[in-house]
Design a protein. Structure first.
Length: 614
């Protein structure tokens, strides 16, 4: 079921009468509409700043792995902050899941409530991402929701941390929080707080982050209540509906300008390469994207079946739909060529996503889903590839996926848990190189500074640099992946959730494929070992090192058409060896390191004629 299927969800018994207006944009003047829209966006930004400043963990404080949004009483998103797409995109599904659970239980929202929710089968992205939902009232009527989501570093699973790639079901991957009122009518549910804290390995950090989420959500609720008081609830409601209709119209216009048809892309993720079960490795994903007038229908029915005992299954509403919507919206409404179009419920209306229940893109409960990140990002990459058939000038070549690692241990009788995000890279674009060493597609989290890691954990970053000679060669080269090596200064454990050690990012128009990533234990020593893309809670002694090598994005266009000056710059920057510059790009360097123009022209002519080993 897609987000659009739940657009009629409501809690009418608690809400004010709905405004019966055919066209909200005609019922409110455009200046008031924009003033209120700007106020809503500012509220979300304030929520995000407050959460960043008051959080305890580096994953929120430094990496900004969180989302904040305001929704109306039906659970339709009005606006969001600028942070992680995979945190913000599922927020309407979180609220929808809570509404469904409340209706099933006969529960109602009350002023002063705070609801905690993390169930992937009721809208959550995956269990470590907690949603905090604060209902907003005006004169006793439910008028909306202020919501924060954030990744938490331990959620009471059967193993420390949240990078878990070996677990059998939803019950073993976290403490389950199904629409739990942790504050009811303004009174803290102390039993619930204590139960959660008792099941978390690092309770001070996690409970502190929950408090930060609550504080940010309450700030958003107060500001929204103030907006109702200033402008009147009907005016604010009309402005919100008008902005949804505006965003919907802008996206529909872009879709309608495209040629109708079905555009497809398919590929694989690593899966579990060491498994004896063929169904658990080389997992197949396929995207069939149909453009019909001003609508897009995305069919995922060709994806492989779910893996019952492996947690790389993807929740449909919480992961798959946001991944696909992100790519469609950012491709067709690119801010470089369009004025700002608000991200709200209107964006979801022209796009539907269908995945049969029981597939990896829509698993049946209780299949585990905690390691859904890499498959979901790969679906986003394939959606981009499908769009490249119809709007190649707006897309890029294949994208290198990121790696997520959990480092943990017990020091002085206390658990410590750290999550590291090792960046990937973007594919080349029609007019520019791919971006180097960044979090890709729906991740978009920030780099965690080395100083922060080493000052809080028994870890040392012994190497952090860009790769050499891994580029997806092209007229515009793919982005360069990073090499990040982390050393334990005390005994501990490491788990890694990754992908991309088998299938390289794809090139376009004569561009070369990028390069795969790698995970290496104790590189450069007698004990050096390649560990594949996934690692489950491996014991590490003090002094041992894990090297995380990110993939490089695919290239765009023939490498021999690349500007020799750009090739020379990459050689000088240590990204490209002189040998590869000559062999692949046909750029010959003099003994002083400058470009030999005459030899380069001759070398490139031979490469174009197929006479060379490039």
């Amino acid at each position: 079921m897609s987000d659009t299927d739940r657009s009629d969800r409501s809690v009418t018994a608690q809400t004010a009468p709905r405004l019966d207006v055919d066209d909200p944009r005609e019922a409110i003047d455009p200046i008031t509409q924009r003033v209120i829209a700007g106020s809503l966006e500012n509220i979300c930004d304030e929520m995000g700043h407050k959460l960043t400043r008051t959080s305890y963990s580096s994953i929120i404080r430094e990496s900004e792995d969180f989302g904040c949004a305001l929704l109306d009483e039906q659970g339709r998103q009005l606006c969001e902050t600028d942070s992680t797409p995979l945190q913000m995109g599922p927020i309407p599904a979180y609220v929808g899941g809570v509404i469904d659970l409340f209706e099933d239980r006969g529960e109602v929202f009350e002023p002063g409530d705070v609801i905690l929710h993390n169930d992937p089968y009721y809208g959550a992205s995956h269990a470590p991402d907690f949603g905090v939902i604060v209902p907003v009232f005006d004169d006793g009527d439910l008028m909306g929701f202020a919501v924060t989501t954030a990744h938490h570093l331990d959620v009471g699973a059967d193993k420390p941390g949240t990078c878990i790639i070996e677990t059998i079901d939803a019950y073993s991957e976290s403490i389950r929080l199904d629409a739990l009122k942790i504050v009811e009518g303004g009174e803290r549910n102390e039993t619930a707080w204590q139960l959660i804290a008792d099941n978390i390995r690092v309770p001070d950090m996690v409970m502190g982050d929950i408090e930060a989420q609550i504080s940010a959500a309450r700030a958003g609720a107060r500001r929204l209540e103030g907006l109702f008081a200033e402008h009147g609830r009907d005016t604010v409601t009309l402005a919100g509906q008008a902005m949804m209709d505006y965003s919907e119209g802008r996206l529909r216009d872009e879709i309608a300008a495209l040629p109708d048809g079905t555009y497809s892309a398919e590929g694989y993720i690593d899966g579990y390469l060491d498994s004896s079960d063929p169904a658990e490795k080389d997992v197949f994903l396929a995207v069939d994207l149909e453009i019909d007038g001003s609508e897009i229908r995305v069919d995922l029915s060709r994806c492989d079946a779910q893996l019952d005992n492996r947690p790389i299954n993807m929740p449909l509403e919480g992961t798959v739909v946001p991944a696909i919507l992100l790519v469609i919206r950012s491709t067709l409404l690119d801010t470089e060529s369009h004025e700002f179009v608000p991200q709200n419920d209107g964006i979801t209306r022209p796009v539907s996503v269908d995945a049969p229940e029981g597939t990896i893109a829509n698993p049946r409960f209780p299949a585990p889903t905690i390691a859904r990140f890499c498959p979901g990002n790969r679906l986003a990459d394939l959606t981009l590839k499908a769009l490249a058939e119809v709007v190649p000038e707006r897309t890029c070549a294949g994208v290198g996926n990121i790696k997520i690692s959990t480092f943990s241990g017990v020091t002085d009788d206390e658990y410590w848990v750290y999550m590291d995000i090792s960046s990937g890279s973007y594919g080349a674009r029609p007019t520019a190189d791919g971006l180097d060493a960044v979090d890709t597609l729906y991740a978009n989290t920030r780099n965690n500074p080395i100083e922060d890691i080493e000052s809080h954990y028994p870890l040392r970053i012994s190497r952090y640099e860009l790769r050499e000679d891994g580029d997806g060669a092209g007229e515009h080269r793919g982005g360069i992946g990073p090499v990040r090596e982390i050393e334990f200064t005390d005994d501990g454990r490491v788990s890694i959730e990754g992908d991309g050690t088998t299938y390289p990012p794809w090139g376009v128009g004569g561009g070369r494929d990028g390069s795969t990533g790698a995970v290496t234990l104790d590189a450069g020593t007698d004990g050096e070992r390649s560990l594949g893309s996934k690692l489950e809670n491996r014991s590490m002694d003090a002094g041992q090192r894990i090297r995380l090598t990110g993939p490089c994005g695919g290239g765009w266009g023939d490498p021999v058409d690349r500007d020799p000056a750009d090739v020379w710059d990459d050689v000088r920057d240590g990204l490209l060896s002189p040998d590869r510059a000559e062999r692949v790009y046909g750029v010959v360097l003099d003994s002083d390191g400058t470009v030999d123009r005459e030899a380069t022209t001759a070398r490139r002519e031979r490469l174009r004629n197929g006479d060379g080993d490039g």
